[in-house]
Ligand binder design. Structure first.
Ligand code: GLN
Length: 494
């Protein structure tokens, strides 16, 4: 089998039995990146030499018998995770010269597990977006194509580089972050699995902040099991993050084998929205049928405040972003544009350093937090957020997990949905409620659209019950038997 087409589980087994070496595996991925990244633009920074030296260390560890399931596995790291000594841009011009002096906890844990870092992958600027079109480092091309068409499609966002890299076989897995859907929606657009764990499961230390009460790190990979293996290394309590949960980690990989017999699965009536694509509805029905056939009990449930999810998210997230992004003032981090005095320097730096979407969010956030509007918008949104959480708690008294579509459409064309920001925000309609409630949610590739593009189903679970999310997702994955491949990928002749 080709080295770039293996799953993490397969490569781990081949490394453990010396059938392949970490150096070979890494070299194959470095070559794939060199060949395809100029086209896809998935990586902002590549680190091929570093990767080879990490692979050598991994081979030594494998030989010494001190390796784990991730030792020698080549990964792509979203360029929102601070990596010591490696430029970290957050997709923004304002951080273009920023080389962090420290490592994020999640990437440190992956390094401790012996993984290999191939480079830093593209994203929407400060993770704000759904199509990877707001990055200061250019758009990312989705490796999938519509049947019979060569039109460029978006990979989803904000973790668009992570998604394109893993789908095109440039990396075996990637880190993502998800504030309102940025792991799940790009996973769905590129035929990958991706899980946003419970808020607090993975440390936020060293992840450049967008909206602190929503940001969560998680893995993206080609199978549910691979996500479970990655999550095991990424998660865990961290005293450096005050919102990190002090909870024991279950065996996530074992959970993928759990099955769904006897599990109660809720189908929220409110996710059946007007004007929804019949294709997405049909896929959802198919998912229900698969879970029933596997022995699950399916029930209609109600999440009555679903319709407020998007407006609440687009108040809370910009409010927190406007505060988090105040630190980019030209003094402490990244780029500076000198001015006549201090204020003028701040203004010039921020005007030149931030892109249009980030400026829009800072303005919305500042507005909803301003004295005259705080009660009408921000406080109101916080109250409704509590009701959205209560909807989930009520539903989870009766069911073990919830099944919904991940996104309202398949990947769209570069240039589509770009005239007005609100159309873009509608992408997040199915993903933001779980973010606002802090519950874990996973997207699994479940089928193809009539145009030949991947579509995902979303499994939402109770707080800290990633195990059920993984077992239900794995059952869907087995039933769907998704085996289609993207047009642009390492090893493909075209
Ligand atoms: N698309 C959403 C936004 O633009 C979510 C982004 C994210 O999860 N980082 O805010």
């Amino acid at each position: 089998m080709s080295l770039t087409n293996m799953t993490i589980a397969e490569a781990g087994a081949a490394l453990a039995t010396s059938k392949i070496s970490a150096v070979e595996l890494t070299a194959a991925h470095n070559d794939a990146i060199a060949a395809l990244n100029p086209r896809l633009n998935a990586f902002i920074t590549t680190t091929p030499e570093l990767a080879l030296s990490q692979a050598k260390a991994a081979d030594a560890r494998l030989k010494a018998g001190s390796a784990g399931p991730l030792t020698g596995i080549p990964l792509a790291i979203k360029d929102l995770f601070c990596t010591a000594g490696i430029r970290t841009t957050a997709g923004s011009k304002i951080l273009s010269p920023f080389v962090p002096p420290y490592e994020s906890t999640v990437t440190q844990q992956l390094l401790d597990a012996g993984t290999v870092f191939l480079g830093k992958v593209n994203l929407d600027e400060f993770a704000m977006g759904s199509a990877n079109i707001t990055s200061a480092y250019g758009t990312v091309e989705n490796p999938w194509k519509r049947n019979g068409s060569d039109a460029k499609l978006v990979p989803g966002g904000s973790s668009g580089g992570s998604a394109a890299a893993v789908a095109a076989r440039l990396a075996m897995g990637a880190t993502g972050t998800d504030t309102g859907g940025s792991i799940r929606q790009p996973a769905a657009f590129t035929g990958l699995a991706g899980i946003k764990p419970t808020y607090g499961r993975c440390s936020r230390y060293g992840i450049i902040a967008f909206s602190s009460s929503l940001d969560q790190a998680g893995p993206m990979a080609r199978t549910v099991e691979d996500c479970a293996i990655l999550l095991q290394a990424m998660a865990g309590f961290d005293p450096k993050d005050s919102t990190s949960a002090e909870r024991a980690l279950p065996d996530f990989r074992a959970a993928t084998k759990g099955g769904v017999r006897g599990k109660k699965i809720g189908i929220p009536a409110e996710y059946r929205m007007d004007g929804m694509s019949p294709e997405i509805l049909a896929l959802w029905e198919q998912g229900i049928a698969w879970l029933k056939a596997e022995g699950a009990e399916v029930r209609e449930i109600s999440l009555p405040h679903t319709k407020y999810g998007l407006p609440v998210y687009y108040i809370v997230a910009p409010a927190e972003a406007s505060s988090n992004l105040a630190r980019y003032d030209g003094v402490r981090f990244g780029a500076r544009v000198d001015g006549e005095d201090l204020i003028d320097m701040y203004e010039r730096t921020r005007a030149a350093g931030f892109g249009a979407e980030v400026k829009r969010r800072i303005m919305i956030g500042t507005y909803v937090l301003s004295a005259g509007y705080y009660d009408a918008y921000y406080l109101r949104a916080q109250k409704i957020r509590a009701l959205i959480l209560r909807d989930f708690e009520t539903a989870f008294a009766d069911v073990d997990a919830i099944l919904t579509p991940t996104a309202p459409s398949a990947a769209f064309g570069l240039g589509e949905k770009m005239d007005d920001p609100v159309t873009m925000y509608l992408n997040d309609v199915f993903t933001v409620p779980a973010s606002l409630a802090g519950v874990p949610a996973m997207s699994v590739p479940a089928g193809l659209s009539a145009e030949g593009l991947p579509l995902g189903l979303q499994v939402i679970g109770k707080h800290f019950d990633e195990e059920t999310v993984l077992s239900v997702s794995a059952a869907l994955e087995r039933a769907a038997g998704f085996s289609a491949l993207p047009t642009i990928r390492a090893g493909a002749s075209a």
